[in-house]
Design a protein around this ligand. Structure first.
Ligand code: UTP
Length: 339
């Protein structure tokens, strides 16, 4: 089986961070998003991973080649224009050939790992493919699948009057991809202004009489916008603490003096910390310098300088300088002041 991970998008919902780096390279819980995704793919042992790259592709290629080329057979396919998720799959048709495929989005991290999904798909038995779903509270905001007799009968993007609460999770298995590529080709030929949606192409498979089944996906972490990014950072750090991949209050490879590191916190190499309290739920990337600061529930990029700051729930990019002021107060009795 080959795996397709589309990572060509611009990631506008994560501006300003994605002005300078693609979404998969946004740093979270000690490594870029794409690192967390690929780590969870090792057990699956795919024949090949096809990364669909576009926006700021050099950063993704450089990171993945340096860290994962010994583990996976990786191919990069370029999507020159971001015409939608369906189009990002269409451009892989030559690289895929006749192999069965798994598609997973480049901005979703799933707790359980992909081998678990593959088993669920395998257990679905006879079918053309399986689509991962989860139960959502607001189906009108999601791509939704409708079921009939255990098979998917309909897929609708953001239905006005949803008849199901099964949201499309962003993991798909297709046993024989040829019909999917034929449908996508037809959609490209008839394209007007609109994006080529993968959901529409999968609906095309159902309309052809191909039988798609579903499987349930739990514990997924969305890295697509700032608020979900901090929540994802927190949950992943908790998970790393549970598995023992982050040592209690530790600061391996960093230089901390007169400071307290509150676990779970991930600190990169070459980080210098002085007179500070860092954590919990904080990720600090390589070569950052922090002095006289209190930082919790935050993500700090590499090569940044933070001095005399008190930060909570913050996302700080690479090569940033933030410096605060110490205040001096002379306050009388019974005063109440908030900074
Ligand atoms: P999104 O719909 O989140 O788009 O794509 P995006 O560009 O990344 O982000 P926003 O909406 O502008 O904030 C879901 C996944 O599909 C990929 C993205 O890179 C992301 O991993 N994608 C999307 C492509 O590879 N190509 C496309 O044309 C569209």
């Amino acid at each position: 089986m080959k795996v397709i991970i589309p990572v060509a998008g611009t990631g506008t919902r994560l501006y300003p961070h994605t002005f300078t780096k693609p979404k998969p390279m946004v740093f979270i819980a000690g490594k870029p998003v794409i690192g967390h995704i690929l780590d969870r793919m090792v057990d699956l042992g795919p024949e090949e991973i096809i990364l669909v790259v576009g926006y700021k592709k050099e950063q993704i290629i450089s990171y993945v080649d340096s860290n994962y080329s010994d583990i996976f057979n990786i191919t990069y396919v370029e999507q020159n224009e971001q015409l939608g998720l369906g189009h990002s799959i269409y451009v892989t048709r030559q690289a895929v050939g006749d192999s069965p495929i798994m598609i997973t989005l480049g901005d979703m991290i799933f707790k359980s790992g992909y081998q678990d999904f593959y088993k669920k798909h395998f257990n679905n038995g006879e079918c053309a493919g399986s689509i991962g779903v989860w139960e959502v509270d607001t189906p009108e905001k999601y791509g939704i699948v409708e079921l009939n007799d255990g098979y998917i009968s309909k897929m609708v993007e953001k239905p006005k009057q949803p008849v199901s609460n099964l949201g499309i999770a962003g993991v798909y298995f297709i046993k024989h991809p040829a019909p999917l590529f034929t449908i996508l080709e037809g959609m490209m030929d008839n394209r007007r202004e609109n994006e080529i949606q993968l959901t529409d192409a999968l609906q095309g498979m159902v309309d052809m009489g191909l039988q798609l089944k579903h499987f349930y996906v739990s514990s997924w972490y969305d890295c697509g916008h700032a608020s979900s990014l901090l929540e994802t950072n927190k949950v992943l750090l908790d998970e790393l603490k549970q598995t023992g991949d982050i040592d209690e209050g530790g600061c391996d490879g960093c230089d901390a003096v007169d400071s307290v590191i509150v676990s779970p916190t991930a600190i990169g190499r070459g980080v210098i910390i002085r007179n500070s309290v860092i954590g919990p739920h904080t990720s600090i990337a390589d070569d950052t310098h922090i002095e006289g600061s209190i930082i919790s529930n935050s993500i700090v990029g590499s090569g940044s300088n933070l001095t005399n700051v008190n930060l909570r729930s913050s996302i700080i990019g690479d090569s940033v300088n933030v410096s605060g002021k110490h205040n001096s107060l002379n306050i009388g009795d019974s005063s109440s002041i908030e900074f």
